[in-house]
Design a protein around this ligand. Structure first.
Ligand code: ATP
Ligand code: MG
Length: 472
């Protein structure tokens, strides 16, 4: 079959022409071809392989493009990249790679197209379309990748033990593609992951996290996490999650399996948000439960303080995986720390003051927190399910009311420290903070409105109680 129709973008004609000028056989390969056949929308990156120098080809293409884009050369990898419109085009020379047991770094030699296809990770990623003027659009599919695409199957082109052992990250990539595309991993390719799982240890954390994030960003992340767990990879990457597995029973009392509960929460939230970090928060919201789990004769299983413990573990985990220790991490920590707060509301009466405290503590993230808590409702009891969701609706309505009336979000105290000092003729001292705290508490409790005059009166009263004299 001819795939000319995949090559309607004007860039392909320019690449063809440039390849002819340099007398290089050239192909578009990998993700672009796969996603075209799957009709996954227009590509943002295109991989070009040349039988010869990819860098020379990139330079020639840039010369032939009207806007003469800059070519970025990565000498160590023998690759080059340029941007055209909103597309990144990566050029590489076809290569043959051979690995030895103890080294992660392959010996790289120039190769044929077949050599290059052999070193690709999966049959569906080894598809190539010819860009030569003579055979423009011809598909080269040595491993029957088209059939695997139709059957929704991930399969390594060579023996999976070889493919994974050459680059163990491919085990994660297999699971990532299964999760992203909702494909099955072919049996041998799957079994080999379990056999080779330990080799994941030689891969840098940064590369692992790229694939992990893609699993988390997929439409139904549980597909990926169940595979990570079943193959045994998960305990090397996120032991905090494997620790949540299982149900204990003592004296007839059981708790839920917090691993599968967590996956349900992540799937739920993924229907409502594409925010990677909020999805991370869902994934980690219960990790504190493993180390805080206790059994008490009278009350059964408890996980006291698991939110606090969990938020501390978030830092350790991000650090171990070399993830950013910035405001994204702090956001995940905050979500984990507060993850039970709205639940308490949903189980109980929703009071105004509880809602005000929630908005005060969550600040700008109150909407994210609500999404997390709604996703956290995984009860199979339809009555309870309905009750919790209804209560969250009330919480949401009250959040809006509280916002309009009390301006609690990004709370600024209506009485400043300066006013207190002036009124009572004070130098900086403990009492100022104490008075401010009383005013804040009264506002959150709803005893006074969030207004200057009411706060001023309360300040006078509190000052008197503390034995301070107001200067007239
Ligand atoms: P996406 O861009 O959607 O994440 P992709 O398949 O394009 O998916 P890339 O990481 O962009 O993935 O890689 C482009 C191509 O390079 C792949 O399709 C595959 O042929 C090859 N490739 C990438 N990483 C590996 C690897 N670790 N081992 C073997 N081949 C790889
Ligand atoms: Mg790609």
């Amino acid at each position: 079959m001819n795939y000319k129709q995949a090559l309607t973008h004007p860039i392909f004609k320019v690449i063809s022409q440039s390849a002819k000028e340099l007398q290089l056989d050239t192909y578009v390969i990998g993700g672009f071809v796969r996603d075209y056949i799957l009709q996954r929308g227009s590509a943002k990156d295109i991989d070009i392989v040349a039988i010869g120098s990819g860098i020379e080809l990139a330079k020639q293409v840039a010369k032939n493009l009207p806007n003469k884009p800059k070519v970025q050369v990565f000498k160590t990898y023998g690759t080059a990249m340029l941007r055209f419109e909103d597309i990144e085009i990566e050029f590489v020379g076809a290569r043959k790679e051979s690995y030895n047991e103890n080294s992660r770094n392959p010996i790289v030699e120039n190769g044929t197209l077949e050599d290059d296809q052999n070193r690709r990770d999966f049959t569906i990623n080894a598809l190539a379309i010819d860009l030569s003027l003579e055979n423009f659009g011809e598909l080269l599919d040595p491993f029957n990748g088209i059939q695997d695409l139709k059957d929704a199957i991930i399969r390594t082109p060579l023996s999976p033990d070889i493919t994974y052992s050459d680059d163990p990250l491919r085990m994660m990539r297999a699971i990532r593609f299964a999760s992203q595309l909702d494909f099955k991993i072919e049996e041998e390719s799957l079994k080999a992951i379990s056999r080779n799982k330990e080799r994941i240890n030689i891969i840098t954390k940064e590369r692992i996290v790229v694939e992990l994030n893609k699993i988390i960003e997929s439409p139904k992340p549980s597909i990926g996490f169940i595979l990570l767990e079943k193959t045994g990879l998960l305990s090397y990457i996120l032991p905090e999650l494997t620790a949540l597995k299982g149900i204990d029973e003592i004296e007839g009392q059981r708790h839920k399996d917090n691993f599968y509960h967590t996956l349900e929460v992540v799937d739920n939230i993924s229907k409502n948000t594409d925010n990677l970090w909020l999805r991370w928060a869902a994934l980690l919201h219960d990790i504190g439960k493993a180390p805080t789990k206790k059994f008490h004769k009278k009350i059964g299983w408890t996980f006291h303080g698991h939110e606090f413990k969990g938020s501390k573990m978030v830092y350790q985990l991000f650090k171990r995986l070399k993830m950013p220790l910035n405001e994204k991490m702090k956001f995940v920590q905050k979500m984990v720390l507060m993850s039970s707060r709205p639940i308490v509301l949903a189980e109980d009466m929703v009071t105004d003051s509880a809602v005000r405290r929630l908005v005060f503590d969550a600040g700008d993230y109150v909407e994210d927190l609500m999404l997390l808590c709604e996703a956290d409702i995984t009860t199979k009891n339809p009555k309870r399910f309905k009750k919790y969701h209804n209560n969250f609706k009330i919480v949401r309505k009250k959040i809006v009311e509280v916002e309009e009336r009390d301006q609690i979000r990004n709370f600024q105290p209506p009485i400043s420290g300066e006013v207190i000092m002036e009124t009572f003729n004070l130098k900086p001292c403990r009492e100022i903070g104490a008075i401010k705290e009383v005013i804040k508490e009264a506002i959150l409790e709803g005893d006074i409105p969030n207004e200057y005059e009411a706060a001023y009166q309360l300040m006078l009263k509190e000052g008197e109680r503390l034995g301070l004299k107001a200067s007239k």
